[in-house]
Design a protein around this ligand. Structure first.
Ligand SMILES: [Zn+2]
Length: 86
């Protein structure tokens, strides 16, 4: 695999699949760390107003807008845009 990041052509002694695998592993570890950090915070349901904690993988997978996440609330059983509690 030949890359041109540093001005001169650098020939990495590494197959493309190893590069893709390393990038994917790095991306997954960043996502998991972010999810675990965000799972310590409470989210407030827009429907019933109760604060709850979501599982880390749900936080990663949930759509987000302006810090609000579309999460499933356990107390009222509906999905809504939940704001993160301070
Ligand atoms: Zn609710």
């Amino acid at each position: 695999m030949t890359v041109n990041w540093f001005g001169a052509r650098v020939d990495l002694a590494m197959p493309v699949w190893a590069f893709a695998l390393g990038s994917a592993a790095f991306l997954i570890s960043v996502c998991c760390t972010a999810g675990i950090v965000l799972a310590r915070k409470n989210y407030v349901c827009r429907v019933c107003g109760k604060a709850f904690r979501a599982r880390w993988y749900r936080i990663i997978l949930a759509p987000q807008h302006n810090g609000d996440r579309f999460l499933f609330c356990d107390s009222c059983g509906c999905k809504s845009w939940c704001a993160r509690a301070k």
